[in-house]
Design a protein around this ligand. Structure first.
Ligand SMILES: Nc1ncnc2c1ncn2[C@@H]1O[C@H](COP(=O)(O)OP(=O)(O)OP(=O)(O)O)[C@@H](O)[C@H]1O
Ligand SMILES: [Zn+2]
Length: 807
C-alpha cells in the first residue's frame, strides 16, 4: 500500500499520514493538493510532503478523498522553505501553510462560499454543481459542512473548485469582504463634443453655471494630461457632488463603470531607462563588484539618491541573463508610485502581490508565478511564499522597515531575513537598500557577512534639506504649531510649494479626561484608555474595537468638565486650518486611508498640486516622491523617543531621516523638528545628517545592554483570561528554562506593556542569545518547556506564542 504524509492547515505539530486509493497509486507527486478527512467530520485541503510505503503501526490510516489537480501546486523549494520557517520561527508546518496559501486554494469544512452573481448556464453544470448553486439561490452563503448533506464528502472540494473556476462562487470571509472587488465609477466626455461646433455651443450653455464650467474645464484638462480614466470621486472631491451631477444631467459627462480590482494588464508605452548619474553608476558597479565576494550587499543611499534607478538597472541585467527578480517593498509603497514606474519600464512581465488583492487575484498571481509567467515579482512581505522560479536577484527596498515583520498572525517571520534562505535555494544575490539601514544589517556588514555600498549624493546633486530644531519649551502660536513653523509654512505657501507635517500618533491618541476628578474612561476589556474619535463622536478601544457614545458627563463624578487630552492628526489639522484658512489641507492616516484607492487618489492630488499641506502619521514618511515639497515639519519628535522599546532611538532616527527626505527633492528644501528636548544628541545627529555617528552610538548601547544585533531575542507570550493562570504558566516555563539559561539572558515573567487585552491577561518572558552562536539548543529547550506545559492539566488552556527576533 502507498502512503502520503500531508501538511494540514492546523496548529498541530507534524504531518498526517493517509493511505492512497488504488486508482491513484504511483501517480502522486510531492507538493500536490489533496482533500482529506480529518477528525470525525472535517475535511481539509492538504499538501503532500512525502510519499512512502511505511504503514504506521500505532493507528489505522484513513484514505485520501481525492487530488485537486494532476500536477504539484507547491514546489519542492517551497516545501523546504516552509520547513525552515517552521524550525526557525518555532511554529508548525500547518501554521506556515495556512499563512502562505491563498484561502481560495485551501478549502476546508469551515470555508463559506457564496454566489458571485455571474450568469449561470445550468446546462454546463453537473448534477452536484447544480445542487450547490440551487442551494445558493435560497441562502446567501453556505459552508462546506452544509454541503455534505447533499454531496458525498469526496466530491465536495472538486465541485466547489470547479464552480470557482467557472467564476460562479467566491469565498465568503469577513476579512475578504472588505476588499471585495468594487466597481468604480469613471467619467468620460460626451463623444459628441469631438465636434468643435457642438463643443462651443455647450460651453456657452454653461456660462451661467460658473462652478460647472470650471469643473468641466478642469475635467478636460485632466483628460489631456493623463492616460488613465478619471474617477468620478476625484472630480466630486475637487468640486461637489451637485456640480458633477449637474454636468452629468446636462449630458456633458458620461458615467461608466469598471471593475478596478482585477490585475490590470499594462498597455501603455514602455519607457526607456534613465541613464545613471555618475554617482549612481559608481554605486551600480560597486554593487556588482561586491556581489562577486558577497551574496548579500547593503546599499545605503541617502533619500532621493535614486536607488530605484539602480534597482532597475540591476534587474535589467538579470533579465538579460534569463533570470527572474523579486522586489520587496513595505506594504504601503506598493499601491503607490513605484509599481507604475516599474510597469513603465518592464511592461507586462511584472506581477504584483500584496494584502489588498482579493482572493481571485491572489490565485491568479500564484498560478502565473507557478507557470513562470512573470520576470519580475513585486510585493509586500507575503511575496516570499509564492512559488517563485529561477530567481537571480532579490531586492529588499527600505530594508529597515518594520512591516517586513509579520506581527499579528503566525508565523511571526521577517521577510527581510527569510529572503536569505530563498536566495540560497536559487543561488541568487540579495540587495538590501535603504537610506536608513537597520542595526542588524550594519552588524552583518561588520561581521563580513554582507558587502556594503554607499551612495551619498542626491540625484541631480540637490543638497539634503537643511534641518532646524525648534524648542517647544517657548510659547507657540497655537498649541502645537511654533512661530517658526508657522513662518516657514507661510513662506512655503507664498512660494506656491507644498508642505508635509508629520505627527506621530502612537501613544499620543486623544483621550477623554475629567477636569474635576481626573477620571479617564478605559476599555472594559483592555487596560487602556479609550481613544476619542471626533468625527463619529465616540470613544473607541484601539485594541479590541470596543466602541461607545461620547459621555456628556463624567461617568465617575458626573461633572460636566470633560476635556480631550493628547493630540491626534485631527487636532493638528484644525490648528492649521485656523492659521491658514486659504490653504488646501489633506490628512493621511489610518482613518482617511481606509478605502482601497485612497492612496492613489491622494497621490494624484499631491501630484497635481491640489493639496498645499499634507498632514499625516507614519504614512507620510515612506517613499513619497513629489517635486514641490519644500518644507517638512515634525510636530512632536519626542513622542517617538519616549516609546518604551529598545528600538525607540533607532526608529526615531529612521523616521525623522526618512520624513526629512521627502523635502526638497528637486530644489533645496527645509525641515523643522519641534521638540521639548532640542539638546538631545540624537536630534543633533539628524540635524548634521550624520547617520553613521548616530548609528555608532546606538550600537554601542545595544552591545552594552545585550540587545540586537549583538544578541538575538526570543519572546514568549502567555495569555489567559485568568491572571494567575497566565502568570503561573509563565513562571513554570521560566523555572524550567533557568536550568539552561541564566541571568541576564533570561528576563521575566513580566506583565505585558498593556497588561490585559480583550480580557486576556498577558505575561512575557524574554530570552537573549549571542548573535554569533546557533540558537538550535535554546530553541530545543524552549520546545521542551512547552511540552512540559502540555503535561500539566491546569496550564494547557494558556495561549502561548513564541516570537523569534521580535521587533
Ligand atoms: N538617473 C536618473 N535619471 C533621471 N531621474 C532620476 C535618476 N535617478 C533618480 N531620478 C529621479 O530622482 C527621484 C528620486 O529617486 P528615488 O525615488 O529612486 O530615490 P530613492 O533613493 O529611492 O529615495 P528614498 O529613499 O527617499 O525613497 C525620482 O523622482 C527619480 O525619478
Ligand atoms: Zn479594548
Amino acid at each position: 500500500m502507498e502512503f502520503v504524509n500531508v501538511i494540514l492547515p492546523l496548529p498541530i505539530k507534524g504531518v498526517f499520514t493517509y493511505h492512497v486509493p488504488k486508482v491513484l497509486e504511483n501517480s502522486l507527486q510531492i507538493g500536490q493538493r489533496v482533500v482529506v478527512p480529518f477528525g470525525g467530520k472535517k475535511l481539509y485541503t492538504g499538501i503532500i510532503l512525502e510519499i512512502h510505503k511505511i504503514k504506521p503501526e500505532l493507528y489505522k490510516t484513513k484514505e485520501i478523498f481525492t487530488i485537486l489537480e494532476n500536477e504539484a501546486f507547491v514546489t519542492i523549494n517551497q516545501l523546504n522553505f516552509w520547513k525552515w520557517i517552521s524550525e526557525y520561527y518555532l511554529c508548525t508546518l500547518g501554521d506556515v501553510y495556512r499563512n502562505a496559501f491563498p484561502s481560495a486554494l485551501k478549502l476546508e469544512s469551515e470555508t463559506y462560499i457564496r454566489k458571485t452573481g455571474h450568469e449561470i448556464i445550468w446546462e454546463e453544470l453537473d448534477e452536484r454543481e447544480i445542487f450547490v448553486m440551487q442551494n445558493l439561490e435560497v441562502k446567501t452563503s453556505i459552508d462546506l459542512k452544509e454541503i455534505e448533506s447533499f454531496i458525498s464528502k469526496k466530491h465536495i472540494v472538486p465541485t466547489i473548485k470547479s464552480l470557482f473556476e467557472k467564476n460562479l462562487v467566491e469565498l465568503d470571509e469577513q476579512i475578504i469582504e472588505k476588499y471585495k472587488p468594487k466597481q468604480m465609477v469613471y467619467l468620460d466626455l460626451n463623444p459628441d463634443f469631438k465636434n468643435s461646433e457642438i463643443f462651443k455651443r455647450a460651453l456657452l450653455e454653461i456660462d451661467r453655471a460658473p462652478k460647472q464650467r470650471e469643473a468641466f474645464l478642469v475635467f478636460i484638462q485632466w483628460q489631456q494630461q493623463r492616460t488613465s480614466h478619471i474617477g468620478k470621486r476625484e472630480l466630486v472631491d475637487r468640486f461637489s457632488p451637485a456640480v458633477v451631477k449637474g454636468l452629468i444631467d446636462r449630458n456633458f459627462l458620461i458615467e461608466f463603470q469598471l471593475q478596478i480590482d482585477r490585475i490590470e494588464d499594462y498597455d501603455d508605452n514602455i519607457e526607456d531607462f534613465n541613464e545613471l548619474s555618475e554617482a549612481q553608476n559608481q554605486a551600480f558597479h560597486e554593487i556588482r563588484n561586491q556581489f562577486s565576494k558577497y551574496n548579500t550587499v547593503l546599499l545605503q543611499g541617502v533619500t532621493s539618491s535614486g536607488k530605484t534607478e539602480i534597482y532597475f538597472h540591476l534587474i535589467d541585467e538579470q533579465l538579460k541573463l534569463g533570470k527572474n527578480c523579486l522586489l520587496l517593498l513595505p506594504e504601503i509603497s506598493i499601491t503607490t508610485q513605484l509599481v507604475t514606474k516599474i510597469q513603465k519600464r518592464f511592461g507586462n512581465e511584472v506581477g504584483v502581490y500584496h494584502s489588498k488583492l482579493n482572493q481571485n487575484e491572489r490565485v491568479e498571481v500564484w498560478k502565473n508565478t507557478l507557470n513562470n509567467k512573470y520576470k519580475i515579482l513585486i510585493g509586500a512581505r507575503s511575496i516570499i511564499f509564492l512559488p517563485i522560479q529561477n530567481i537571480g536577484l532579490i531586492i529588499v527596498d527600505e530594508e529597515h522597515d518594520s512591516s517586513y515583520k509579520q506581527s499579528d498572525t503566525l508565523p511571526l517571520y521577517n521577510a527581510r531575513d527569510c529572503v536569505q534562505i530563498l536566495a540560497h535555494q536559487f543561488k541568487a544575490k540579495v540587495l538590501l537598500g535603504s537610506a536608513t539601514p537597520s542595526m542588524e544589517s550594519y552588524y552583518n556588514c561588520d561581521q563580513g557577512k554582507f558587502g556594503f555600498v554607499e551612495l551619498n549624493q542626491r540625484f541631480g546633486e540637490i543638497k539634503l534639506p537643511e534641518v532646524d530644531l525648534v524648542s517647544l519649551r517657548t510659547p507657540t502660536i497655537t498649541p502645537n504649531i511654533s512661530y517658526e513653523l508657522y513662518e516657514q509654512i507661510k513662506i512655503c505657501l507664498e512660494n506656491k510649494k507644498q508642505v508635509i507635517l508629520f505627527h506621530n500618533r502612537r501613544g499620543f491618541s486623544p483621550i477623554l479626561e475629567c477636569n474635576q476628578c481626573g477620571h479617564s474612561p478605559t476599555c472594559p476589556n483592555c487596560d487602556v484608555s479609550l481613544t476619542y474619535h471626533k468625527v463619529s463622536s465616540t470613544l473607541r478601544c484601539h485594541y479590541c474595537g470596543n466602541t461607545r457614545a461620547l459621555p456628556q458627563t463624567c461617568p465617575s463624578c458626573h461633572s460636566h468638565s470633560l476635556e480631550t487630552k493628547g493630540i491626534g492628526t485631527q487636532q493638528i489639522e484644525e490648528e492649521i486650518i485656523h492659521l491658514f484658512p486659504e490653504a488646501r489641507v489633506a490628512r493621511m492616516d489610518v482613518d482617511t486611508m481606509k478605502r482601497k484607492h485612497a492612496y492613489e487618489i491622494l497621490f494624484e492630488k499631491m501630484h497635481l498640486h491640489e493639496i498645499d499641506i499634507l498632514i499625516g502619521t507614519q504614512m507620510v514618511t515612506k517613499g513619497l516622491d513629489f517635486d514641490s515639497i519644500q518644507l517638512v515639519g515634525v510636530i512632536r519628535a519626542d513622542s517617538l523617543l519616549n516609546f518604551p522599546n529598545f528600538r525607540a532611538e533607532e526608529r526615531t532616527l529612521q523616521l525623522l531621516t526618512q520624513v526629512s527626505g521627502r523635502a526638497g527633492r528637486r530644489e533645496a528644501g527645509k525641515v523643522l523638528i519641534q521638540t521639548f528636548d532640542p539638546e538631545n544628541p540624537l536630534y543633533l545627529f539628524i540635524q548634521e545628517n550624520n547617520y553613521h555617528l548616530a548609528k555608532d552610538t546606538i550600537l554601542q548601547e545595544r552591545k552594552e545592554f545585550l540587545y540586537p544585533p549583538y544578541y538575538r531575542l526570543i519572546e514568549i507570550t502567555f495569555k489567559h483570561k485568568k491572571q494567575d493562570k497566565a502568570k503561573k504558566t509563565a513562571t513554570f516555563v521560566v523555572e524550567y528554562l533557568r536550568n539552561f539559561i541564566q541571568e541576564p539572558f533570561i528576563l521575566g515573567p513580566e506583565e505585558g506593556l498593556i497588561p490585559r487585552i480583550n480580557n486576556y491577561y498577558i505575561y512575557k518572558v524574554l530570552l537573549k542569545h549571542p548573535a554569533n552562536k546557533s540558537t538550535k539548543n535554546l530553541k530545543f529547550f524552549i520546545e521542551q518547556s512547552l511540552t512540559k506545559v502540555e503535561s500539566v492539566q491546569a496550564y494547557r488552556s494558556v495561549k502561548i506564542t513564541i516570537d523569534v527576533d521580535p521587533l
